[in-house]
Design a protein around this ligand. Structure first.
Ligand code: HH2
Length: 297
């Protein structure tokens, strides 16, 4: 039996163990974005003050977020400004600490590529590490995640933090999905070599990262090939450039309807986790779509 056949018959994971708890995948998981950055592409600067970030996070939970993803370093499409660990720690740690204290029932994820930042966030209670480099950029990160027994989200990207959001590395042959699947397989291997249990790994095709719109759309259409790797799949389509290109909406805040369309399509193709800015829209749309798809799309 070929690998593809073996993969397609692999049972879909029904749960995702993160640190200290298990998240059920029996309905879509909504991951609310908390950007503590001055320069994020759609909400840069709005929640830079810790109090503003925390108030925003509380709103996202009230609207139905299952998990909060706190990030201190932007990967914006116009080319991000890399920041050092000290600045990222200063932005992220107080917010993670406060969220865990105020809402201990809500798991918090830290969006970082740096082991040092992950370690500090885990020390104050983070339950998940979201690495947009898929364990490519910091070899110390996988062992940190393994030791703490956290859940990890491994996203596909190419290049460094400052250019992974651009087209600098958007060079693919005829089968973009095949290349992304292969590179996600390498990310899983790096995790396992570092001691991370396979069941703790969620995979993400990295929509818009080193990808033109045609690449992102092809990946969404062919998402079952990513699902076939046997890990729960997360998509981050929220307010992204390809939605602006398809709808003609220039302002990222105006892309919520397009975002909803992309998320529902991804749900039907097997995604189970959805990283979004607009939680209420995603909660309602995905819960209804899930029920209408029979709860087992
Ligand atoms: N997208 C962004 C950041 N982190 N993490 C995962 N796993 N998947 C994604 O698609 C993803 C991500 C970019 O969006 P945003 O956080 O809004 O912007 P910025 O990088 O400018 O802060």
């Amino acid at each position: 039996m070929g690998d593809a056949v073996a993969a397609s018959t692999r049972p879909r994971p029904a749960e995702w163990p993160v640190r200290g708890r298990v998240l059920s995948l029996a309905r879509p998981i909504i991951v609310g974005i908390v950007n503590v950055t001055p320069d994020s592409f759609s909400d840069g600067g709005r929640y830079l003050a810790p109090d503003a970030a925390i108030a925003h996070a509380e709103t996202l939970v009230a609207e139905g977020a299952d998990l909060l993803d706190v990030g201190g370093e932007s990967t914006r499409p116009q080319g991000a400004l890399p920041i050092d660990a000290a600045e990222e720690l200063r932005r992220v740690v107080p917010v993670v600490r406060d969220l865990v204290r105020r809402m201990p029932e809500v798991p918090v994820s830290v969006d970082t590529v740096k082991a040092e930042v992950a370690r500090a966030a885990l020390d104050v209670g983070a339950a998940v590490v979201n690495d947009v480099s898929g364990f490519r950029l910091d070899p110390a990160l996988a062992p940190v995640c393994a030791q703490a027994g956290v859940g990890v989200i491994l996203m596909h990207s190419r290049g460094g933090v400052s250019d992974m959001g651009t087209y600098a590395h958007a060079t693919y042959g005829a089968d973009v999905t095949g290349e992304v699947v292969d590179e996600l397989g390498l990310a899983v291997a790096r995790g396992e070599a570092g001691g991370v249990a396979a069941e703790r790994i969620v995979l993400d095709p990295g929509i818009g990262f080193a990808k033109r719109s045609e690449h992102s759309l092809r990946l969404l259409a062919e998402l079952p090939r990513v699902v076939a790797l046997g890990h729960p799949v997360l998509v981050g389509v929220s307010r992204k450039r390809f939605i602006g290109e398809l709808t003609g909406v220039k302002e990222p805040e105006g892309r919520v309807f397009g975002t909803t369309g992309a998320n529902v399509a991804a749900l039907a193709r097997g995604a189970r986790l959805f990283r979004v800015h607009d939680v209420r829209a995603a909660r309602h749309a995905l819960d209804v779509a899930w029920a209408a798809l029979g709860g087992a799309a």
